[in-house]
Write a protein that binds this ligand. Structure first.
Ligand code: MG
Ligand code: ZN
Length: 224
C-alpha cells in the first residue's frame, strides 16, 4: 500500500514552532515552581471528547470528600458546562475558554492560577481540552499527566495515538461496563497501552458507578 508520510512542518514554520514549544516549556517550569511553593499536587487530565474526564474528576471529588482542598481548572473551547458540573461537587473551579485552540498551554494555566485563590488547596486538577493529539506536546507544569480513554472510542484509540499515551504517567480506560456492547477487548487495549508505555499504570474504570476510582486516588497519592 502506498503511504505518504509528513516530514514535519514546512521550513518557514520550524523556527516558529521551536520557539513556541520552548516558551511553553519555560512557563511550564514556572508553573511547577508555583505549585511546589504552595505544596500543591497538580494533575493534567488529557483525553478525547466524551472519554469521561469531567466524570472522573467528579467521581474523585465525591470519593475524597475534601473538596475545599481541591481546585479544578476546566479547559474547554467555549462552554462552561464542565466547570458547572464540577462546581456542584463543591470544588473551587475556574473555566479557561481557549476559543479555537485545541489544547491548554502553560501560559493559559499561568494566567489562570494568578486569578485563582489557591489558599489551602492541596490538589489541582487541570482538565485539558478534549483531544488526543496536541495536549501531549504542551506540558503545563503539572506533576502528573493522566490520559483518559474509553471503550466507546473503539478498539484502535490507543494504537492510533502513541504520542499522547507515551507522555502519560497514568492511563485510564473508562466505561468498561460498555465493553461487550462495543465489542471491545479490554485486555487487548491494555496490551496496546503497555506496548507504547510500559511504565504507566493502566486503570480500568467506570466513572459513573465509581469502579476503579479508588485505584486512581491511590496511584496518584491523593489520600492525604
Ligand atoms: Mg469534560
Ligand atoms: Zn491543539
Amino acid at each position: 500500500m502506498k503511504v505518504i508520510k509528513s516530514r514535519g512542518p514546512e521550513i518557514f514554520d520550524i523556527e516558529l514552532e521551536k520557539d513556541l514549544l520552548a516558551k511553553n516549556r519555560y512557563l511550564a517550569k514556572e508553573n511547577k515552581k508555583r505549585f511546589d511553593r504552595s505544596n500543591i499536587l497538580a494533575i493534567d487530565i488529557m483525553g478525547s471528547i466524551g472519554s469521561g474526564k469531567t466524570s472522573m474528576i467528579k467521581a474523585i471529588l465525591k470519593k475524597l470528600g475534601m473538596s475545599k482542598k481541591i481546585a479544578v481548572i476546566a479547559g474547554d473551547l467555549t462552554t462552561t458546562i464542565d466547570a458547572e458540573r464540577i462546581e456542584r461537587e463543591g470544588a473551587r473551579v475556574i473555566q479557561v475558554n481557549t476559543g479555537r485552540e485545541c489544547h491548554l498551554d502553560a501560559n493559559l494555566i499561568h494566567q489562570a492560577i494568578k486569578r485563582m485563590n489557591l489558599d489551602g488547596v492541596k490538589v489541582l486538577f487541570i482538565e485539558n481540552v478534549g483531544n488526543l493529539i496536541c495536549p501531549g506536546e504542551f506540558p503545563l507544569g503539572a506533576h502528573k499527566r493522566l490520559v483518559v480513554t474509553s471503550v466507546t472510542e473503539g478498539p484502535y484509540m490507543i494504537v492510533k495515538h502513541p504520542y499522547i499515551f507515551r507522555e502519560a504517567d497514568v492511563i485510564v480506560l473508562n466505561k468498561i461496563d460498555l465493553a461487550k456492547a462495543m465489542k471491545v477487548n479490554l485486555s487487548q487495549l491494555e496490551k496496546d497501552a503497555k506496548k507504547i508505555n510500559p511504565h504507566a499504570p493502566f486503570i480500568k474504570t467506570n466513572a459513573l458507578s465509581g469502579i476503579g476510582i479508588s485505584k486512581i486516588i491511590n496511584t496518584l497519592g491523593l489520600k492525604t
